[in-house]
Design a protein around this ligand. Structure first.
Ligand SMILES: Cc1cc2nc3c(=O)[nH]c(=O)nc-3n(C[C@H](O)[C@H](O)[C@H](O)COP(=O)(O)OP(=O)(O)OC[C@H]3O[C@@H](n4cnc5c(N)ncnc54)[C@H](O)[C@@H]3O)c2cc1C
Length: 304
């Protein structure tokens, strides 16, 4: 219900709404705002991956996803490059502000496969962070949103919440002198197209995710990455696809290897890109049944 008369919005707010207080806002990377909110939980409590609808004006609402939850404290990562009312609303929030948030009992996304491919854009990163924790355990004290103060952290600070359910971990790396487990043990692959300036700070925070710098139309970079994996190593088409990608270590790496034993896919974000990605995966031999999709926004459409 992205747009509704104010009276209908009031009815929904009365049934499913809660007043949430902003505890903190940060800019973890250019084009993103992260919110920490104190919000009375809905029935069943807040869960990572919980969908929330903010009333951004008396007649408009926009959906976002909780990536970290701890009692009444939740964190949300919002992409703010759309220029729409949702982005403007998020950017204007300050600690102490109160917002109207609608949420129902959490219904987990269908996420097929045990070694899953996650493809998406900036709008999907918070959901992927909820599903595939980037750091856990060793040497990194689990962070509770409740323990946060309202200060803005420096851009790129490694500051992951670790309160997710279903954590998997393998491998280890050193970040900021602390050892942090960084890979999903089950081998999940996460590929996210983001504004070029955001690649570095996001990669520092989610070292197990691959961040590709957006280049061209929405979804083009992920599509090139996907097609480079689908093509024969020696083919000219593969070279063309690789050339379309920016020359960063993340994008130069062999996508075929990353996808070798993927047994499911979750495609989120831009509707038209999801359709292309789905076709490419089916052409590559992945069964339709193990590809889950959820569009978060669509070209030329306001709210979804
Ligand atoms: C279930 C669900 C969960 C979601 N979770 C999150 C989340 O956790 N974090 C998050 O950032 N977003 C999330 N989204 C996406 C977010 O709701 C949309 O991006 C929303 O359209 C933004 O609203 P807006 O008012 O800023 O732009 P709109 O008024 O909706 O759109 C304005 C213009 O911008 C375009 N546009 C919309 N979104 C984007 C975008 N991300 N990038 C580029 N152009 C865009 C539209 O096509 C339109 O032309 C979620 C969406 C759904 C359906």
């Amino acid at each position: 219900m992205p747009k509704a008369p104010a009276v209908i919005g009031n009815l929904f707010a009365a049934a499913m709404g809660r007043t949430a207080r902003v505890l903190r806002t940060t800019t973890p990377a250019p084009g993103f705002v992260e919110l920490t909110l104190d919000a009375p939980p809905p029935a069943g409590g807040w869960r990572p991956g919980h969908e929330v609808q903010f009333r951004v004006s008396p007649t408009l609402s926009r959906r976002y996803t909780v990536h970290t939850a701890d009692g009444p404290h939740i964190e949300i990562l919002a992409a703010v490059s759309s220029g729409g009312p949702g982005a403007a609303f998020v950017k204007a929030l300050r600690p102490g502000d109160e917002v109207s948030a609608l949420a129902a009992v959490h219904i987990p996304l269908r996420a097929p496969g045990t070694r899953r491919l996650h493809l998406g854009d900036d709008s999907a990163l918070g959901t992927f962070a909820a599903l595939v924790p980037a750091t856990t355990g060793t040497g990194v004290a689990p962070r509770s949103p409740a323990a946060l103060d309202t200060a803005t952290l420096p851009t790129g600070t490694l500051d992951n919440g670790t309160l997710h359910s279903g954590a998997h971990d393998v491998g280890a790396l050193r970040v900021g002198g602390m050892e942090a487990r960084a890979r999903a043990e089950s081998g999940h692959v996460v590929v996210v197209e983001v504004p070029a300036a955001a690649v570095e700070p996001l990669a520092a925070r989610w070292p197990a995710f691959r961040f590709l710098p957006a280049n061209g139309a929405p979804g083009d970079t992920v599509q090139s990455w996907l097609e480079s994996a689908a093509l024969d190593d020696t083919s000219a088409a593969r070279e063309n696809a690789s050339a379309a990608l920016d020359e960063t270590s993340a994008t130069r790496e062999n996508a075929s290897a990353a996808l070798a034993d993927v047994d499911g896919a979750l495609l989120l974000g831009h509707a038209q890109s999801i359709q292309r990605q789905r076709r490419a995966l089916i052409n590559r031999g992945l069964s339709r049944r193990v590809i889950a999709t959820k569009p978060y926004w669509s070209t030329g459409r306001e709210g979804l």
